[in-house]
Write a protein that binds this ligand. Structure first.
Ligand code: COA
Length: 257
């Protein structure tokens, strides 16, 4: 199996599992990933997902380059569209995603991580968009999402030079939120996912939507959109429970409704 699936409480852990190819994404891995995301989205038991890579060397070293020999104008377009749709689905999913980057995170690995809500990395992690070394450019969102996260300066440096940055640089430029020792990385990602999944899930989804949709809007429109999401939150049962629990000085029992 190109993707391993595990549950820890309400957290679904998805592990890319082709360590002999540094977990490069081939069709099989992408298909299994798509099916897993599908199942997670329909599973009320799951509050959030964690993505990581098998072995000690890589999260995902990009698209599987051996598949590129067959690509031409038409097939490359179809391949990009399908993968972009999958990554977009993760980006807008009501189930939050946290990526635990445990080594090389290159090309499509960076692009996948940029579609996740939160990026954490181990101290040995390395990030790069090395497509330029192959005579191509990032095709799964890298030219668009990377600059929105690290700014156009660093995006240009990484994409035009193909040079990798280490975990501390990734932290400094805002590509990852935290850098941890390798042995603590997954536990931290799962704990964070557990915490987020244990919040009022409708509010989490609304907040995520407000942040995401607002990104492409002028501030005035974004603020109006936020108000609409804020109003919707007041219609949820979890809002009533959260407010009541605070006033009664007890733990809230959220039901995701
Ligand atoms: N696609 C297919 N196979 C890949 C791969 C990828 N993106 N990245 C690594 N591999 C394979 C290697 O071919 C090698 O397989 P082999 O043992 O059968 O020869 C194996 O994974 C280990 O990689 P190797 O290159 O031997 O390790 P290294 O430590 O010398 O170098 C990297 C590690 C990550 C620097 C190097 O593998 C690399 O540059 N990979 C390509 C990254 C890339 O360009 N990604 C973007 C694709 S668009």
């Amino acid at each position: 199996m190109a993707l391993l699936q595990e549950r820890r409480g309400s957290v679904a852990i998805l592990t890319f599992n082709r360590p002999e190819s540094l977990n490069a994404l081939n069709q099989e891995a992408l298909r299994e990933f798509e099916q897993a995301v599908d199942a997670i989205e329909h599973d009320d038991e799951v509050g959030a997902m964690v993505l990581t890579g098998a072995g000690d060397r890589a999260f995902v070293a990009g698209a599987d380059i051996s598949q590129f020999t067959h690509l031409d104008l038409w097939t490359s377009g179809a391949f990009a569209e399908r993968t972009l749709a999958l990554f977009r689905r993760i980006e807008v999913s009501p189930k939050p995603s946290i990526v635990a980057v445990n080594g090389f995170c290159l090309g499509g690995g960076v692009e996948l991580s940029l579609s996740c809500d939160i990026r954490l990395a181990s101290e040995n992690a390395k990030f790069g968009q090395p497509e330029i070394n192959l005579g191509i450019i990032p095709g799964w969102g890298g030219t668009q999402r990377l600059q929105r996260v690290v700014g156009p300066g660093w995006a240009r440096q990484m994409i035009l030079s193909g040079e990798m940055v280490d975990a501390q640089t990734a932290l400094r430029i805002g590509l990852v939120n935290e850098v941890l020792p390798r042995e603590l990385l997954l536990d931290r990602a799962v704990a964070l996912a557990e915490r987020i999944g244990g919040r009022a899930r409708k509010a989490v989804a609304l907040a995520k939507q407000a942040i995401l949709r607002g990104q492409g809007m002028p501030l005035e429109d974004g603020l109006k959109y936020e108000t609409a999401m804020w109003q919707l939150a007041f219609e949820t049962e979890d809002c009533k429970e959260g407010v009541a629990a605070f006033l009664e000085k007890r733990e809230a029992k959220f039901k995701g409704r």
